[in-house]
Design a protein. Structure first.
Length: 250
């Protein structure tokens, strides 16, 4: 069974590697992360930014392209993901766990961590403490996490995600770790009813919702993600959605 789960995870990572440059969900995620990073690092020089749990490197590649003034690097516990992320982004990527990162205290200007804290190998409270240890004073932590445990899916199982979060739970964790200036919003709000319906259907028959969508559908969904991104940039807090985005300061 363990070998079967490892093969399932490998297969899902390979799909993510192929699709994260084009799929609408990744486009929305990357737009949100880039926006909050740029806000946090405005005026900073020689900022060192870590993508903690960088996976196969989709966000690391985008961030390196659009924020060349920053020193971007990645960290992942999976050797294969580290190799893919380095090849894709042309940035340094090291192996290691977010529970005990191989960086000195106060070494990083910002940390981005997308859909990692809920994985079964991760102690979310310990990881947040280690993020705080590695961030410089005034440094920024940007988190994205899947929302609502009742939306647990085949994709979650495939990437060994065991926990999904509410904004209230995430706020509690960040406060307990000693972070300040916490801002949280849900996103993937406009498509949330479709997401719930699809999760209910595929839960019955199995399968992942990370897939190649028909081009008209993908373009329409990307446009909706862009509209949500505009709202978030203008300061709106979305009340529900498939993911939850948080920004906090050490």
């Amino acid at each position: 069974m363990h070998e079967e789960m490892k093969n399932l995870k490998k297969h899902e990572y390979e799909k993510m590697d192929r699709l994260e440059n084009e799929m609408w969900w990744y486009a929305g995620l990357h737009a949100h992360l880039i926006f909050v990073l740029r806000q946090a690092l405005a005026g900073s020089k020689n900022a060192i930014v870590l993508d903690a749990g960088c996976g196969t490197g989709g966000f690391l590649r985008v961030a390196a392209q659009v924020m060349p003034e920053c020193w971007m690097l990645g960290l992942d516990a999976e050797e294969g993901a580290c190799v893919s992320a380095h090849v894709k982004s042309r940035r340094p990527v090291c192996g290691g766990s977010v529970n005990a990162m191989p960086f000195a205290e106060n070494a990083l200007t910002a940390i981005v961590c997308a859909d990692v804290l809920g994985q079964r190998s991760v102690d979310d409270a310990q990881a947040l403490l280690d993020f705080k240890r590695c961030l410089a004073s005034g440094g920024t932590l940007v988190l994205n996490l899947p929302a609502y445990q009742w939306l647990y899916s085949a994709h979650d199982r495939a990437v060994w995600q065991s926990r999904r979060y509410t904004s209230a739970r995430l706020h509690q964790l960040l406060q307990a770790a000693g972070f300040a200036n916490i801002r949280i919003t849900y996103w993937n709000t406009f498509l949330f009813p479709l997401m719930v319906l699809r999760r209910m259907l595929i839960r019955r028959r199995g399968g992942s919702d990370v897939m190649q969508y028909p081009t008209p559908v993908n373009l329409t969904f990307r446009a909706l993600m862009h509209l949500e991104s505009v709202l978030v940039r203008r300061g709106f807090t979305l009340p529900f959605g498939g993911s939850v985005l948080a920004v906090a300061v050490k």
